[in-house]
Design a protein around this ligand. Structure first.
Ligand code: AMP
Ligand code: ZN
Length: 136
């Protein structure tokens, strides 16, 4: 992927502020942090998103997410951590190289919880569960 910004970071063609690295995974500070310490965990190989990323690589990414979560919580005295992955533009993905956000949260930092759009209608939950299970 010639134009992929995260591939360029992995190859060292673009600088990053690295916080963690192992055989398959690199993690670095997000250039535009939600809170200070906001980090991104990326596979070294290019995959577009969660659908493409092999399970074993996702496991490696999550292991790094856990390590970094502990380090951010203890090292930066975060009060909490959000772990988030945007997949597809509709979900807010703008960089199409698979990545997981590790976002430190500070009490009363102003980012509230997600708001529920509406409750389920009568019988809707069962239908939704059926659709998901059939697609597994
Ligand atoms: P997403 O919306 O999940 O695709 O998030 C992409 C993230 O990548 C954004 O939070 C950007 O701030 C971040 N980002 C883009 N370019 C860079 C870069 N060169 N170094 C670090 N983070 C970046
Ligand atoms: Zn890439």
């Amino acid at each position: 992927m010639n134009d992929c910004i995260f591939c360029k970071i992995v190859k060292g063609e673009i600088p990053c502020n690295k916080v963690y690295e192992d055989k398959n995974v690199l993690a670095f500070l997000d250039i535009s942090p939600v809170n200070i310490g906001h980090s991104l965990v990326v596979p070294k190989k290019h995959y577009v998103n969660i659908y493409e990323t092999p399970e074993d690589i996702l496991i490696e990414m999550m292991k790094a997410v856990k390590k970094i979560s502990h380090a951010i919580k203890n090292g930066l005295q975060a009060d909490g951590i959000n772990v988030n992955m945007n997949n597809d533009p509709a979900a807010g993905q703008v960089v199409f190289h698979s990545h997981i956000h590790v976002i430190p949260r500070i009490a009363n930092d102003g980012f509230g919880p997600w708001h529920s759009k509406r409750p389920y209608k009568e019988g809707e939950k069962e239908l939704v569960v059926q659709k998901i299970i059939q697609a597994l």
